[in-house]
Design a protein. Structure first.
Length: 338
């Protein structure tokens, strides 16, 4: 992806045309034009191929940005599939508050540009929206009016969403697939749905009897879930306390939080600290969602978190590769495959 293929992000305060829905889809189509041009690369020219399935723009950067940048720099093919435009996100930039879902509903359009800029920072050339940009809408949180809309990803026909992702898997032929755990990390409907769709597509893509018209069968070797070890959460809490911050979900201990992965379940840690600068740049690209202040960043709930350059995963399917370090974790997503 070059500067020539990146869409210019909307100017601060830019207003949408009267027909907001059509404007979002038109902008989306322009934004992704050329980003995943099949003529621009041949997947099998890359010995290592990694597919990530994320729910909204910015999820890729927060949870896996350093890992994506590292493998992209090492000439692996890194393909990102984002399932929605993130239309229901909060807006941290005051002059862009008019884009919110309850006002002009133009945030999804704006976040397309943010995501394209983030991918550029991470060195990721191949990015797609599941089923095409705007196919399914951000579902919002459980039991909210947004979640009940029929056009949301949470309400999407499951078989249709799986078929769309199988087509990508069979085209890219990744050895490694990454998504969330069965709770979506923290219970967001779109994260849970991304987990379900990615898991089903991981299995179906290798089945010759499944949709034979959607590419040649391909079975990926490993399926990973993103993870945030409890010990890392605790270190973040301790650092925030030391800095004078007193509010971390109202908890003093990571064990009291509904998020985080027990350390003994973490199978893999990728040390990508050399690419932390790229991850930070990508976070800055998502300016409506993330505020970056040195090594800490605040999400839309203003909770401080450490932007670590070491990222963690749980191997959900496939053979575990050789371990490294004192905890015997894999240090490479492709461990045991090369």
């Amino acid at each position: 992806m070059s500067d020539a293929t990146l869409p210019p992000p909307p100017d601060p305060g830019e207003k949408l045309p009267a027909d907001a829905a059509e404007a979002v889809l038109a902008e989306a189509a322009t934004a992704v034009d050329g980003l995943a041009d099949p003529e621009a690369f041949a997947p099998l020219d890359h010995p290592r191929r990694l597919l990530l399935v994320h729910a909204h723009p910015d999820d890729e950067t927060i949870g896996t940005g350093a890992t994506m940048a590292k493998y992209a720099a090492q000439h692996a093919l890194v393909t990102l599939v984002t399932c929605t435009l993130g239309e229901e996100g909060e807006v941290l930039v005051p002059e862009l508050e008019h884009l919110a879902a309850d006002r002009e509903d133009g945030l999804g359009q704006h976040r397309i540009g943010e995501l394209a800029a983030a991918c550029e920072a991470l060195g990721v050339r191949d990015h797609r929206f599941l089923g095409g940009p705007g196919r399914w809408r951000d579902s919002g949180m459980m039991d909210t009016p947004a979640n009940a809309r029929p056009d949301t990803f949470w309400q999407a026909p499951f078989d249709e969403a799986v078929r769309e992702l199988v087509a990508v898997v069979r085209e890219i032929r990744p050895q490694v697939v990454i998504t969330y755990d069965d709770n979506g990390g923290y219970g967001h409907p779109d994260h849970i749905q991304a987990h379900r769709v990615a898991t089903a597509a991981f299995d179906a893509a290798g089945d010759p009897s499944y949709e034979p018209g959607v590419g040649e069968p391909w079975q990926a070797s490993k399926l990973y879930h993103t993870a945030f070890p409890k010990s890392v959460l605790q270190a973040g809490i301790d650092q925030l306390k030391a800095s004078g911050e007193t509010n971390f979900f109202g908890a003093d201990s990571a064990e009291d939080l509904p998020i985080g992965t027990p350390d003994d379940q973490v199978t893999t840690e990728v040390d990508a600290r050399d690419w932390l600068e790229a991850k930070t740049a990508a976070m800055r690209a998502h300016k409506t969602q993330i505020e970056v202040d040195g090594p800490f960043f605040a999400l839309s709930n203003n909770i401080g978190q450490r932007a670590f350059g070491v990222e963690y995963f749980v191997l959900a399917r496939g053979e575990r590769g050789p371990g490294a370090g004192p905890q015997g974790r894999e240090d490479d997503l492709f461990a045991g495959l090369d």
